[in-house]
Ligand binder design. Structure first.
Ligand code: G1P
Length: 298
């Protein structure tokens, strides 16, 4: 059985209620960190990891996502006609080309949860394990988080591999949390996972962030998954059901994760990238701001 990860799923149907009013007309995945929308960071990370097929699970009200990720021939033509070759080149390079790239859009019309969103992609998956990327978890680092995970998955044995990081006890209720059994290099082994537990019931402080590599049997598990936390079909619950038979690992990635589903996390990511941008860095310096070393908010 192949351990090569060929498909990535991007669940992007959510209403983005935490970011209203910004997300009233603009999908949250198109909110920018500096000048680049969140979805672009996610797409670039998947590309770098060698993913062949990208499946976006979107919503009919969020067609702007498709417009962003696909090549806009008219716009690049117009830019070139105005002599803006380098901007046209950059846009074209970042975008998917209709003829050359394997990209699919599937609609999740009802907000039934992350597990349901992943299940919507079922008929569009290439052979082998699948990656899931949540674009509002922005992970910055020298090597893309998904690239690291693909490599670890290929040489490992677990069926499900999820990205994980330690969070303070008063934050565990915001995450899926691993029931940890041991540690092997960058991977913590686990025999289960709980969605958004109260601090007192949390099996550990190893929180799952939005990168997953899942055995293809996840779709069978999701098809019979009963609603869990918040009345939604939870991806966490379906992963947990396969933990014993498939093996479950938490991958402790080397990059820094920013919770861009929150205002504080978005600000931290912006400051982090601004500090590395000559034009923006001057603005920070003029205000006497020191530069953050990674996020404070988890
Ligand atoms: C989702 C998952 C949760 C995970 C989190 C990471 O929750 O359900 O298990 O820890 O993403 O960001 P959400 O933040 O969408 O409520």
């Amino acid at each position: 059985m192949t351990r090569q990860v060929r498909t990535a799923i991007f669940p992007v149907a959510g209403l983005g209620t935490r970011f209203l009013p910004a997300t009233k007309a603009t999908p949250k995945e198109l909110l920018p960190v500096l000048d680049t929308p969140l979805i672009q960071y996610a797409v670039d990370e998947a590309r770098d990891a060698g993913i062949e097929r990208m499946v976006f699970v979107s919503h009919p009200s969020k067609t702007a996502i498709e417009r962003h990720v696909m090549e806009d021939a008219r716009l690049t033509r117009e830019l070139r006609a105005r002599g803006k070759e380098s901007i046209a080149d950059a846009l074209s390079e970042a975008a998917f080309q209709e003829e050359d790239d394997d990209v699919r859009f599937v609609m999740q019309k009802q907000p039934k949860g992350l597990g349901h969103a992943v299940l919507c992609a079922k008929d569009h998956i290439l052979e082998g394990p699948v990656a899931v990327i949540l674009p509002d978890d922005l992970i910055l680092g020298d090597v893309g988080c998904l690239s690291e995970m693909v490599e670890a998955y290929r040489s490992g044995t677990v069926g499900h591999l999820v990205a994980t990081m330690e969070v303070p006890e008063d934050r565990v209720h915001k995450y899926g949390v691993l029931s940890v059994t041991g540690k092997n290099g960058m991977i913590v082994t686990a025999d289960g996972m709980v969605e958004k537990p109260d601090a007192k019931d949390a099996p550990s402080r190893q929180a799952v962030v939005g990168r997953y590599i899942l055995d293809q049997s996840i779709f069978d598990a999701l098809a019979t998954q009963k609603p869990g936390a918040g009345g939604e079909i939870q991806l966490t619950d379906a992963i947990a059901r396969g933990a014993a038979s498939l093996g479950l690992g938490g991958f402790q990635f080397s990059g820094t994760r920013f919770d861009c589903g929150s205002k504080a996390g978005m600000l931290e990511a912006t400051l982090e990238l601004a500090a590395a941008d000559p034009e923006c860095r001057t603005v920070l310096e003029q205000r006497g701001l020191s530069f953050p070393a990674g996020p404070i908010a988890a």
